[in-house]
Design a protein around this ligand. Structure first.
Ligand code: SF4
Length: 408
């Protein structure tokens, strides 16, 4: 498959008609670079973990620059182009020359995708027809709620009826994956049932629900918690139950992040596949595997099924990829093995992690594990169960090989 990604640039919140009330980029502070797997060994901070993670880009690129990028990429592509995806830090629907951009890309006669849009920059209901005519075949579109008043209030969408009319038109013709951050007391309860009914009756392919996060432990690592002061947040379990109930009630596929995709049984669908667990390598050494609090119990069960005898360490942070040095500082080094495996994408500088985890005087080796062990709901939305199981086999195979290579 040959894909072309068209980056239109832009800044979250700023290049999307102002912040949605729940936007995770709201109140982002100028935090020190975290460190990550891309940093040089003796320097904490690289472009990715100091700038990219905050999506601190300048404004939208002008159309000319976008077109030049496309031309440059086309020269290096080999084979026939299968798909073009429009993406950016800002919201494509707010791109000032959006129609011209789509016109230009549509002339290449290749299926067009919009990676993500809130739709709040769309003001003209006829835009749906235009997009279909120009070859749009898939879009991920934030609905938040089918109630335009809630879109206006929480997304600051000045023309919510138009945005919903376009979404409706797209649902009729192309693959639409809707998305919604669930804010308890706002768009959950009866409201989310009405939203699902709306999407089902219009023909949406799927809906991804995102649990609202409001604290550092829940993933707000940019010094910006709380996003909505005083707003209550669902427990991971209550959120998972809501996802299950909705998916059982409606015909479109409904999944949630951080948990879960009921139609596939992921993340960690492999736990229901004893034959696949038996095919993973056996754990032969001891190492402390560190992960987020949501994934840790699942990882423990998979590794134990492969002969592991060491505890998997869950930190306070719920999501493994958002672990920072503060999470490692909160661990008791004395409880750790001589080898510690941290998530591949943790926002930690390797050298600093080694120092923190050796603070009790025992020198520990810190090694990065795989970037992913499973598919989150955004990844699994367009996947078959076998594809997710393959990802998990590869991820756990790599993790176990890392334990056996570096463990004691
Ligand atoms: S559209 Fe997305 S990036 Fe922009 S303010 Fe809303 S949540 Fe943030």
């Amino acid at each position: 498959m040959v894909h072309l990604t068209v980056d239109i640039g832009g800044r979250p919140g700023i290049d999307c008609r102002g912040f949605c009330s729940y936007c995770y980029f709201k109140h982002v502070k100028d935090v020190e670079p975290f460190g990550c797997k891309n940093c040089l060994p003796f320097v904490r901070g690289c472009d990715y973990c100091s700038r990219g993670v905050r999506e601190q880009y300048s404004g939208f690129k002008v159309l000319r620059e976008v077109a030049d990028d496309v031309l440059a990429q086309l020269q290096f592509l080999q084979g026939d182009l299968d798909r073009i995806t429009i993406s950016g830090g800002g919201d494509p629907s707010c791109y000032p020359q959006f129609r011209d951009l789509v016109d230009l890309l549509g002339s290449m006669e290749v299926p067009l995708h919009i990676g993500y849009t809130s739709g709040k920059g769309f003001d003209d209901p006829d835009l749906g027809d235009f997009l279909i005519e120009k070859g749009l075949t898939e879009v991920s579109y934030t609905i938040f709620s089918s109630d335009p008043r809630l879109r206006a209030k929480y997304m600051h969408d000045p023309t919510p009826e138009a945005s919903l009319a376009i979404l409706e038109r797209l649902c009729e013709e192309i693959d639409v994956y809707a998305a919604s951050v669930i804010i308890p007391g706002v768009n959950d309860g009866e409201n989310i049932f009405r939203t699902c009914e709306w999407l089902e009756s219009r023909g949406a392919k799927g809906l991804i629900l995102m649990r609202f996060a409001n604290s550092t432990e829940q993933g707000l690592i940019l010094g910006n918690a709380p996003i909505i002061p005083g707003q209550c947040v669902q427990s991971v379990e209550a959120f998972r139950d809501l996802v299950t109930e909705l998916n059982d009630t409606f015909s479109l596929k409904i999944s949630g992040t951080p948990l879960w995709d009921p139609s596939i049984g992921s993340p960690f669908a492999i736990l229901d596949e004893p034959e696949l667990l038996a095919k993973l390598p056996r754990v032969e050494k001891r190492a402390s595997v560190v992960s987020g609090s949501v994934a840790a119990p699942f990882i423990q069960r998979v590794l134990d099924a492969c002969g592991n005898r060491a505890p998997v360490i869950g930190v306070a942070k719920e999501i493994a990829c958002l672990i920072t040095i503060d999470d490692l500082k909160a661990l008791h080094p004395g409880a750790l093995e001589r080898t510690v495996i941290i998530p591949g994408r943790a926002f930690v500088h390797d050298e600093e992690a080694r120092n923190v985890l050796s603070a009790d005087g025992t020198d520990r080796e810190v090694v990065r594990g795989p970037d992913t062990l499973t598919a989150d709901a955004e990844t699994s939305m367009g996947m078959e169960r076998n594809g997710v199981l393959l990802m998990e086999m590869e991820g756990f195979g790599e993790l176990i090989r890392t334990i056996n290579r570096y463990g004691r």
